[in-house]
Write a protein that binds this ligand. Structure first.
Ligand code: MN
Length: 479
């Protein structure tokens, strides 16, 4: 179970009685949080910080516990912030500053100096906020009475992003083949990716995967086929071609598990030893949270896995997609987004159909793939590009819509969406920002989540949405 540590600040100036009350309030709040976040994460209270030593011990514990996704801090009383400097220097986990109080209302009739000294987050949290700002520590502030729904919601959103960052720091990415020849935006600095996000990106020979594929048994393929037919409609009678994809998925699954890998990339320019481009296999794996990037795109493979981890437990869909083609009817502009084959099954609004059809590129046998219409609703489109000296995340608000007419001859899954604030500003903004043609689309995540991820990982963020103006486009054109 993921853990969120809770560290409460005070000092010994106010006497034992006060510290006992601080500890009791903190324990009561921890019990409340554990009730609220049941099944999401466990909130664990650490000893009250009363000096530099307890702070160092607490924040070392936070940093060294692999199950810990982050820490939430709150100053019950005044807690002089020089006591926090050395502890904060040891912190390597996402930080939430909860600006709250043990009491909701002011007890006007009974309030005295003891009460004021005990309950002075308005004072102590400002002192603490200063040291976080002074030390340039990225963090999130959630302000309000801790039992209020908006505060719980703010903490919950932090938990989702912190979980994704923890997942990211442990993520291993396999590339079969290198980046696809001549393609620029899919490439990137893998060393910097590991330093910044923790992704261990390594190359693996496709031949080694082919060896595993060749050892897959008929029984294993039967089991995978049973999974496919239980979830999807078999529209083809070319069963041996579908079994070929089942063979790939069984082998990929083994390879990923044996090597502790959570995301992979391949390229249709290097499919030596494979009869088909992995389509159905990749689609079904993405449905299980495995990151995937085509054309050697290790960034979108890793980033999609991270964003799927962020969206865990939320309503809505999240997955990799590629920008493809537009309907430019004035005022009703829409985008059709898809890929050659590998559209995540999570996007399916209709029961996916398995079919075997020509690919028209790559020179391999006709691959089996899942075909479906896409989900609807408000969402975001997010991508990450390497600007040479830093990574940039671009996040655009979009509205996923039902496709206006059937596309009986289009043999791939697809989604359609409307750009915000309109087609011209939305897409021009994306182009100015250098946004990739590979991205992640989500109806489960919001711009707020991506902004928090960007802040906590120190990544540049460009957003596009209803608040984007002509003036913003001019500025984007200059950066
Ligand atoms: Mn592509």
């Amino acid at each position: 179970m993921d853990k969120l540590y809770f560290v409460v600040g005070s000092q010994d100036l106010y006497g034992d009685e006060c510290l006992k009350q601080v500890a009791a309030d903190a324990a009561r709040m921890t019990a409340f949080f554990n009730e609220k976040f049941k099944g999401v994460c466990e909130v664990v209270l650490l000893p009250t910080v009363v000096n530099s030593e307890t702070c160092i011990q607490d924040l070392r514990k936070v940093s060294c516990d692999d199950e810990c996704i982050g820490v939430m801090t709150w100053m019950h009383t005044f807690s002089p912030a020089k006591m926090w400097i050395k502890g904060l220097q040891e912190l390597r986990k996402p930080l939430l500053h909860l600006h709250t109080q043990a009491n909701e209302k002011l007890p006007y009739d009974t309030i005295d100096m003891d009460f004021m000294n005990l309950n002075q987050a308005a004072h102590g949290d400002r002192e603490y906020g200063f040291i976080l700002a002074r030390m340039r520590i990225p963090h999130q502030v959630v302000a309000g009475y801790y039992e209020h729904e908006d505060v719980i919601d703010g903490i919950r959103k932090f938990i989702d992003v912190a979980r994704a960052i923890n997942f990211s720091r442990h993520l291993k990415v396999a590339s079969f083949g290198n980046n696809m020849r001549e393609v620029a935006v899919t490439d990137g600095d893998r060393v910097e990716s590991q330093i910044k996000y923790g992704w261990e990106c390594n190359y693996f020979a496709l031949g080694d995967l082919v060896d595993i594929i060749n050892k897959v048994t008929e029984k294993e393929i039967d089991e995978k086929m049973a999974e496919y037919t239980s979830k999807y409609t078999m529209k083809t009678d070319r069963i041996s071609s579908v079994r070929e994809q089942a063979r790939y998925e069984v082998a990929l699954d083994k390879f990923l598990k044996d090597n502790g890998i959570g995301a992979f990339a391949d390229t249709f320019q290097d499919l030596h030893g494979l009869k088909q481009l992995p389509g159905l296999a990749a689609q079904n794996l993405m449905g299980k949270g495995i990151g995937f990037g085509p054309e050697g795109d290790y960034k979108i493979s890793a980033f999609s896995a991270v964003l799927m981890a962020m969206s865990k437990g939320r309503k809505g869909v999240t997955g990799f997609i590629e920008d493809y083609t537009y309907d430019l009817t004035p005022g009703k502009e829409l985008e059709l987004a898809s890929h050659m084959l590998e559209v995540p099954v999570a996007f399916a609004a209709t029961k996916p159909e398995i079919d075997v059809l020509p690919l028209g590129i790559g020179g391999k046998e006709d691959p089996a793939r899942l075909i479906f219409d896409g989900a609807e609703g408000d969402g975001i489109q997010v991508t990450m590009v390497d600007m040479g000296d830093h990574f940039r995340i671009i996040c655009a608000d979009i509205e996923l819509v039902k496709q206006p007419k059937p596309m009986p001859k289009l043999p791939v899954a697809r989604i359609m969406y409307r750009h915000k604030p309109n087609f011209r500003i939305g897409t021009a903004g994306w182009c100015y920002a250098g946004g990739a043609h590979h991205s992640v689309v989500s109806t489960a995540l919001t711009r707020e989540d991506i902004a928090l991820f960007a802040k906590l990982t120190g990544t540049e963020l460009i957003t596009i949405g209803d608040d984007t103006t002509e003036a913003d486009l001019l500025k984007l054109g200059e950066c």
